[in-house]
Design a protein around this ligand. Sequence first.
Ligand code: S3P
Length: 450
Amino acid sequence: MSAHGDPIPMTARRAGPLKGTARVPGDKSISHRALILGALSVGETRITGLLEGQDVLDTARAMRAFGAELTHLGPGEWVIHGVGVGGFAEPEDVIDCGNSGTGVRLIMGAMATSPISATFTGDASLRKRPMARVTDPLALFGAAAHGRAGGRLPMTIVGAAQPVPVRYGVPVPSAQVKSAVLLAGLNAPGQTVVIEREATRDHTERMLAGFGAELGVEDTDEGRVITLTGQPELAPQTIAVPRDPSSAAFPVAAALIVEGSEVLVPGIGLNPTRAGLFTTLREMGADLVYENEREEGGEPVADLRARFSPAMTGIEVPPARAPSMIDEYPILAVVAAFAEGPTVMRGVKELRVKESDRIAAMAAGLAACGAGVEEGEDWMIVHGRGPGGLPGGASCASHLDHRIAMAFLCAGFAAQRPVTVDDAGPIATSFPDFEPLMERLGAHLARANR
Ligand code: S3P
């Protein structure tokens, strides 16, 4: 089932080379944060380039429910009148975060240190995902969580009336957990300290500093130590959201595996905590060039040029790189199927608790397409069949997971026979224009089995 309606089966088949410019949407992580911090500042925040995918729209709706005023001026352009740190009102109804783990976890953090309650739910995928990783540290601030067995949604968070600051070592590499704790720390007096052993995406830290919070980051033997001084007055900002590297990954990967292709993907955020896939692809021998490298809105940005790369070879992806490409393993697994030899992905246990169990979903679909795949609890190996070597001719389950759906459709652009996904509906959560954008490049997508 698609997130908001009937399933949309979609088939991708081999077509001519992919050519042209792919303008992918705004960064999903940054878009969520821009809305939430805009809602927590006093005055008018202006955003351009906001991703208008369902995940972010659900966060926008939630911010309205907590009392912020949001105006949609035009494509990607929003104005927010925030309520200030500690100013959230109690929502009148259940907050439905749809498919978005980032949305629900960050919003839980943002409201947990205010004297209000809120009940959260989501779609069938989100209701299966673990929330204790967020509610455990929120309890240290004094918030209470009442959810289903195993810490699942629907769940009510009773915010702390008298929050205390927290020192918390994040036990799993998760930017969502780190961010939830920092957002909760905003309304706690004194200093909240978050320690992460492995660096994860740092958009929350960058944006908090941009909004004027007092925030220090130190690399120590314990890991990255982030210290936030609570109860700041956040000053409204003008935010230009860079284009999403996690969405760019799909046209880039498609260009690398479809014979004769050359695609330019302009304006992509290349924050080092996000760019691991592109490093990996280049190590595999991909013809992928960064052009016009620059800085925009405090984030490094470049135009990516990707060309068909028939000589890619499998590699062992360093496990330490996993947090910087955690959402890109599904599409990497597809590229790996078109490289020579094995690509080994280790230290990727977190993939099992994403929108779907991404190791299981990729292993099943790639095997159905004729690739050799091995998997373990925290690893996966794809045995590549070389350029043009994937048989395809299979139907793959997307498990309500946008990135699984897009990954298999990209496989279909280069496989010998068409590849179908049972439901392309979830793609709208992060990349609503995926279908027309890929078709403009010359890809062949059809909405029913043909
Ligand atoms: C995100 C963090 C990652 C990532 C997700 C977006 C964020 O999740 O998978 O798509 O915006 O903070 P985890 O923090 O659970 O690794």
